[in-house]
Design a protein around this ligand. Sequence first.
Ligand code: KG4
Ligand code: ZN
Length: 332
Amino acid sequence: MLILGIETSCDETAAAVVEDGVRCLSSSLATSRELHEKTGGIVPEVAARKQVESIVPVIEDCLEKAGKTLQEMDAIAVTVGPGLIGSLVVGVAAAKALSLAAQKPVIPVNHLVGHIYGNWVDASDLPEFPAVVLIVSGGHTDLVLMRGHGDLKYLGGTLDDAAGEAFDKVARLLGIKKYLGGAELSRVASRCKENKLAAKLPRPMIDDKTFDFSFSGLKTAVKRVVDTGDFDLESIACEFEQAIADVLVSKTIRAAKIHGVKSILLGGGVAANKVLRERFETASKEIGAKLHIPPINLCTDNAIYIASAAYFNQMKKSLGEIVENPSLGIMD
Ligand code: KG4
Ligand code: ZN
């Protein structure tokens, strides 16, 4: 089964062709990131206008690279939320237009569920259930118990800033980068030879019994250090990264133990973080759970995992049912 995926929830315009949910035939992506770098934050109107320009060329390019036509697609999958409304509308309108023209069903996909399926595409081994999933992106930090495709139970999530948001705000605070500086902050941290601030920052809610997170206090704690004007940049970046990793790993592993899962899955842009990946490798081995982390290009936003999520979730429903009831409301 061939699915054309479309993703426009934030500053990317992406399309991909995926076969049977696991083989990526092609992927195309345009981003308006450089425009938002100038303003130091995303301007929704600017993002949506750029997506209006990019959506048709991106879809054409991805079909051409796959060597397929629209008529050969079995369905069109599109992100319906969460995301910026003006941006989502561009993708959804394109999907509906293609659906109407080619008489193909549209499969609506939740962006966060999409992130999970980066673990199914071109993977050497597929995740086994039950699994605990940590979705860590710019807008979300969620722990989910996954008992099967379409069988997701929300365990907890952030009460304030998402992990990626905290990375970005701290990167800005430290003068590393104005917009989406998570990866750059991590690069600065990796140059740290000796963490002169070891254990100086809080690990918020690490001992709390719930599976909720809070990262805004951590950001404030960094600001207090910065305000003294006397700090080592590499040490503070390293200590911040360690604090985030400590909390994310500790809570995920506790959830994995309580639910006796076979697998631990990561998804979302922050899952590209090297320290987090290494810490999860060690911690998962210790409890005998198999760790799955998507390759970097499948951690950050793209349309490949949207097509994959659509495949695995529509298998539980018929395409006719999806057309009748266009909601993959599979977060309970
Ligand atoms: O999933 P994503 O591409 O977009 C959302 O759906 O939000 O995630 C983007 C987030 C940004 O906050 C970005 O700074 C962060 O992921 N990120 C990283 C790294 N690469 C991307 N954070 C820490 N370390 C990285 N290597
Ligand atoms: Zn995302």
